[in-house]
Design a binder for this molecule. Structure first.
Ligand code: SF4
Ligand code: SF4
Length: 445
């Protein structure tokens, strides 16, 4: 099934069709697409020599009209697919690069209560088909975390958990699995103890690895999250090897955002734009080679590099297919909602920064942000329904309109697939729409 609902680039569409011609699925294709797009889609499929064996019209008339209107104006539709929820501001660690400066050792009195949490989940389940990622702080220090997770799962929400891994013994791993959590990530910021522990504290390297192993043993899909800094960038290839040997479902490489504690270490820890470029090129090369899926997170310019490297090659088409679920590494690409972070099956139109476009962040006391690194609150779920915030917040509306971007991002032909990091723009320029400061690309003109 080729899902074209969120595809807005005829170039990308052409690449998919080329790949289908060469794939086992071609030349017969089942297509799901918005009705308004059918004439163009069918013409292209027919010209390619493939044929449509089943077509499925999606969207209500009102949804389609709203979509067309937004597309006409160049504004991306805001379809909420993932919510990161800081279930508590408390954590058992005190990492040097944490986006919070005020981490407490235990849960906070102003964390959303169980009742408030369930009310938010009810609301989310009623208006969006989402992944809910339980993060923190450290989510496992919340006593009601499994009650909350099971509640969301029962409501039909796909639930993931982001943990530092240090509290996950076998019993805890079993509880995570039993709650219905579908996938988990464990943070690992170095391939050896000294490097990881320089950021995350003594004794935590082995604990994180043990947590990962315990989670894996339950059958859960588990990925590593690695925040790339100047101090640990050289270890990325070794962490990659480690992730392969441990059977990680994927490796997520985060580019540091100078927010919270990150501000204090930014000067010494941030890679320069040229180094970021080299690192992203490496990630792209490794992704070609496989077998492990690498996702670069909060480095939206990866998708500019992908577009530049791939051109109209078949390899590029294959990767686009990966995003439609026809992966070269099927078991890796379909399994985790984390994978939909920047280029999931619904997100062809924008694969880079999805803050405010496909995702948002709910802070521990209920404030809603485009993401956890962009400290501009758009409302609080205790006072305003999340649906209303998502649909009406002026900041979210701005982030969905790439024509408002300034500086090099504004002039960039890749802005619709990349968009630059709005949080880094805000941190450096105090303007969410200004250019991404850590991209080396110079748009023509
Ligand atoms: S603005 Fe986008 S790219 Fe930047 S930190 Fe937030 S989600 Fe990541
Ligand atoms: S200039 Fe901006 S939009 Fe273009 S690739 Fe760089 S970060 Fe992305």
């Amino acid at each position: 099934m080729l899902d074209l609902r969120w595809l807005d680039s005829s170039f990308a569409f052409q690449k998919i069709i080329v790949a289908f011609q060469d794939s086992k699925a071609g030349p017969a294709i089942e297509v799901r697409a918005h009705a308004f797009a059918w004439p163009e889609i069918e013409e292209k499929i027919l010209k390619s020599g493939c044929r449509v064996v089943r077509k499925e019209r999606c969207g209500t008339d009102a949804e389609i009209s709203a979509w067309v209107e937004k597309e006409k104006n160049g504004i991306l539709a805001g379809i909420l697919k993932r919510v990161y929820w800081e279930t508590t501001a408390g954590c058992n660690l005190a990492c040097r690069h944490c986006r919070r400066t005020d981490v407490s050792e235990s849960v906070c009195p102003d964390d959303l209560s169980t009742k408030e949490s369930k009310a938010m989940i009810d609301e989310l389940a009623a208006f969006a088909d989402i992944d809910l990622v339980l993060s923190g702080g450290e989510p496992l220090i919340r006593k009601d975390i499994f009650e909350i997770a099971s509640y969301a799962v029962k409501k039909g929400i796909r639930v993931g958990m982001a943990t530092n891994g240090t509290l996950v013994d076998r019993a805890m791993a079993a509880r995570i699995k039993a709650a219905g959590i579908a996938y988990a990530s464990v943070s690992l910021d170095g391939a050896k103890p000294e490097t990881h522990e320089a950021l995350r504290g003594k004794g935590n390297f082995e604990l994180a690895l043990a947590g990962f192993k315990n989670l894996k043993e339950t059958g859960l899909r588990v990925q590593f999250n690695f925040t790339v800094t100047r101090q640990n960038a050289a270890e990325v290839p070794f962490v990659h090897e480690l992730a392969v040997s441990c059977g990680a479902s994927s490796l997520f490489l985060f580019l540091l955002v100078p927010v919270g504690c990150g501000v204090q270490i930014a000067e010494s820890a941030m890679l320069g734009a040229a180094e970021v470029e080299q690192w992203l090129q490496w990630a792209h090369r490794k992704n070609q080679e496989g077998p492990l899926l690498i996702k670069t997170v909060c480095a939206p310019h990866y998708y500019r590099i992908e577009a530049q490297n791939d051109g109209a090659s078949t390899a590029g088409s294959a990767r686009l297919l990966r995003h439609t679920g026809e992966s070269r590494y099927p078991e890796k690409s379909r399994d985790s909602g984390f994978h939909r972070n920047d280029g999931g099956e619904h997100e062809h139109s924008r694969k880079g920064c999805l803050a405010g476009i496909r995702m948002c962040f709910v802070a521990h006391q209920g404030d809603v942000y485009p993401c956890g690194y962009l400290p501009v609150s758009c409302g609080n779920v205790k006072h305003v329904p999340l649906k209303k915030i998502w649909q009406e917040s002026p900041l979210f509306q701005k982030l969905r309109n790439p024509s408002l971007l300034g500086g090099r991002c504004g002039a960039c032909s890749h802005k619709r697939i990349c968009g630059g990091c709005r949080a880094r723009a805000y941190s450096v320029h105090q303007d969410v729409l200004q250019e991404e400061p850590y991209c080396a690309y110079q748009p023509a003109g």
